[in-house]
Write a protein that binds this ligand. Structure first.
Ligand SMILES: Cc1cc2nc3c(=O)[nH]c(=O)nc-3n(C[C@H](O)[C@H](O)[C@H](O)COP(=O)(O)O)c2cc1C
Length: 214
């Protein structure tokens, strides 16, 4: 697949919505989560590099707890995966080429003890995947709106694994394919300012928007 944008700079369509306050790699800003997709299949050669990128994420004890289970739209598993999604998510994800369930192993391989950071580690892998997808011009859209319990059944989830999230991968399509209210939201979102999310020292004594301390 042709890399549509080498991401040497922030894309013009993104720049109207996002302006980072410091100089960072443009790919971080260019990644966003479109919902409009064509419904075309995505070949293994196109989506496997996303999992390759995920593989290089850091993790506690290099345990690499992430697991990616997938169904392509032409596979026998597609319907099972698709039926996990909430009604709202089905409305746009029906045009994905691949649906992914992101799972993490909750214990360390080397001693079987529970890992505090399995979700954190798998989140890092997910972001690698999303960034590589953005670099390749693919839609990669995270999904939390699905039936987690049913996912465990459909995937025959072993006891020491946790379902983290789903994701849709697809070929970018025209916003007109979306229901009107989704078309209106089909743009890169902004972010909280750094002053809301970065704290010098402890929570007490900082103005963090009035959040309660524990
Ligand atoms: C774990 C996770 C779950 C999400 N769940 C949904 C979802 O169920 N439906 C949806 O349309 N978008 C979902 N999103 C997309 C977020 O709404 C989106 O990432 C967020 O608004 C930031 O926008 P951006 O990704 O375009 O920068 C999810 C994203 C993540 C990372």
């Amino acid at each position: 697949m042709v890399v549509q944008n080498p991401h040497h700079e922030i894309r013009t369509d993104v720049r109207e919505h996002r302006s980072p306050k410091y100089d960072i790699a443009p790919l971080f800003v260019n990644r966003w989560s479109p919902r409009s997709m064509t419904g075309d299949p995505v070949d293994e050669a196109e989506f496997m590099p996303l999992f390759e990128a995920a593989r290089w994420a850091p993790s506690s004890y290099n345990n690499q707890p992430w697991r990616f289970l997938y169904a392509t739209r032409d596979s026998d598993h597609w319907e099972d995966y698709f039926n996990l999604l909430s009604e709202e998510n089905r409305r746009w994800a029906k045009r994905a080429g691949v649906l992914v369930v992101i799972v993490s192993k909750t214990t360390f391989d080397y001693n079987g003890d529970p890992s505090q950071t399995h979700s954190f580690d798998t989140g890092a892998a997910w972001e690698n995947m999303a960034l590589e997808g953005a670099r390749r011009g693919l839609v990669v859209h995270g999904i939390g709106g699905f039936d987690y319990e049913q996912a465990a059944v459909v995937l025959s989830l072993p006891a020491d694994y946790a379902i983290e999230a789903m994701a849709a991968i697809g070929v970018r399509g025209s916003p007109e394919t979306l229901p009107p209210e989704m078309q209106a939201r089909e743009a890169p979102s902004d972010r909280k300012p750094l002053t809301d999310i970065v704290i010098d020292g402890a929570f007490d004594g900082c103005d963090n928007g009035g959040e309660e301390t524990r």
